[in-house]
Design a binder for this molecule. Sequence first.
Ligand SMILES: [Mg+2]
Length: 243
Amino acid sequence: MPARLTVRSARLREVSWGLFDLDNTLYPKGSGVMEVISQRIHDYMAQRLKMDEDTIQTLRSRYVGLYGTTMRGLILEHGVDAEDYLHYVHDFPVEQFLVRSDRLDQVLEELPWQKVIFTSSTREHAHLVLGALGVERHFPRVYDIRDTGYVGKPAGSAFRTLFDGIHAEPQQCVLLDDSVANLRAASELGMATVGVGCQEGAEGVDWCVERVEDVLGLFESLVKALCPGDEGLSTTIHRRAND
Ligand SMILES: [Mg+2]
């Protein structure tokens, strides 16, 4: 195993918290959920703020670059009410786009981390998604955009709010997210990172998996590679699975 990979793998041994992004991470990108959300952001700007097509495209791109999200730009530069915006963009039957995943349920059961949802959407949206996937029981805590003062990832303040809330150091956490910008920010803070469905080799991404369900296989192979013959971490996995 190359030295750099060994160092990165060793970081995973310190991890006791799995911080899971929600949208396009816990369910596949092709589900259509984010396409609806994106359309509703567009409609909000067109209907509520009376913006034309060119303005909407320009501002969305500018605000994501400047502030991380369109919402933050609309709050700061247009005085948009955050709750009005959040209610509007999430007001659709998200559960109709998702199917229950027994495999994901099993993987979450076996991963030996305390698990938290860390999302830039709302708690209500998160519970609908988790319920539709059948995995709500694994996430006793959801950190949503309100918990982080309406400032989402990749802002450092959002991460620090979460670390304070769970009483953990960044080195004890792994972020699983589909956004390279979020993963890069997490890595700079000292977290281990797993990119879900994103490009291999991107800066700040320690490992990539195609689907979140593949994380268990990744974790077990890293344990074996790190300490052949030492089944310590694997034992932890199976003991927790049988609790
Ligand atoms: Mg996401």
